[in-house]
Write a protein that binds this ligand. Sequence first.
Ligand SMILES: Nc1nc2c(ncn2[C@@H]2O[C@H](COP(=O)(O)OP(=O)(O)OP(=O)(O)O)[C@@H](O)[C@H]2O)c(=O)[nH]1
Ligand SMILES: [Mg+2]
Length: 348
Amino acid sequence: MKCVGCGVELQYDAADEVGYSPKKEALYCQRCFRLRHYDDPVYSKRFGIDPRLVLQGIQNQEGVLVLVMDCFAIEESLEQPFLQEFSGREILLVLTKRDILPAEIEEEKIVKMVVKKIRSKKLPIQQVFFHSVKLNLGNEELINYLYQYPLGTNFIFMGLANAGKSSLLNQLLEMDTLTASCYPGTTLSFSKLRKDGYTFIDTPGMEIRASYVMEVSESDLKKVLPNKTLVARNYQLYSPQSYFIGALFRMDLTPTERASATFYFHDQLKIHRTKLEQANDLYRRQKGKDLKPCLTKDLSEERNVEKGKDKVDIVLPGLGWICLSGHFQEIKLYLPKGIEVYTRKAIL
Ligand SMILES: Nc1nc2c(ncn2[C@@H]2O[C@H](COP(=O)(O)OP(=O)(O)OP(=O)(O)O)[C@@H](O)[C@H]2O)c(=O)[nH]1
Ligand SMILES: [Mg+2]
């Protein structure tokens, strides 16, 4: 018997191991039960799922692959090596969590950006959909498209951890059976769901390489992962300044003339601004105090960013992005080891 929330095989003996349930008649494992009722992740599985087994499981399934991608995390999603495994197979792309991106962002711009990157990876994407569970957006369009396939088709929903696969399936199939949570690694195994003559398969998320999602402690995740529409916080710069996002990231900006930095992050995530010459001292004194959340790692990696006259976004995977406008003599980033940042043409 499998847990209907996360797909793992239920067991009734080992309370500390996955799949445990104290009750033989239970439909959910204890972890899913606690996640669903108390938002208690019990134990972390963000590094606990073997990506090779997941990939093998997906490869072994016949059917249409539905690649589920958080539209707020396109850069890092497209850099994940697992995508190469699917070159040649028919893929539908669903960009989830549309509500997190400001409404004024042109979807066409995002689609263009995604398609360009996907083409360079030789992934044959058939169609791109936007979806939002919160806005109840994109459901009908997606289901109508899927129902054009012959009866009996399998749809395999796959993607990075936390991309929103289980939430999407719950909404698409008008149910609340699958467990969804902000803790990456919620779905532990494959779940097959049947509706209207089709089979929909939920899969465990792939580990997200080089993202804050995998580094921020489970107890801080809620405070940093955006869960509603991002609101811009804009700063004008006339002189060299340092910006901290909690103790997760530092950026030193030396403008040559008037410039601006606009931050798109969770509204609870504090941005500290200081004079450049005071930044080292601030970090030393306030890390974990005023500057929080912080990681166990320091901001030991430095990176310089070159910028021309066009606006650019500096994307911090899992957290958000900063749009820089104006001319700068120097843009310097300080990151924890293992985190990758991306720059792109500004999307707003
Ligand atoms: N704002 C917003 N949040 C969403 C949306 N869809 C999913 N989420 C949130 O994203 C987080 C991850 O959702 P899941 O459905 O568990 O994601 P998953 O891809 O199944 O994750 P794993 O099972 O860990 O691979 C949860 O906190 C959801 O509430 C959406 O449309 N909008
Ligand atoms: Mg899931």
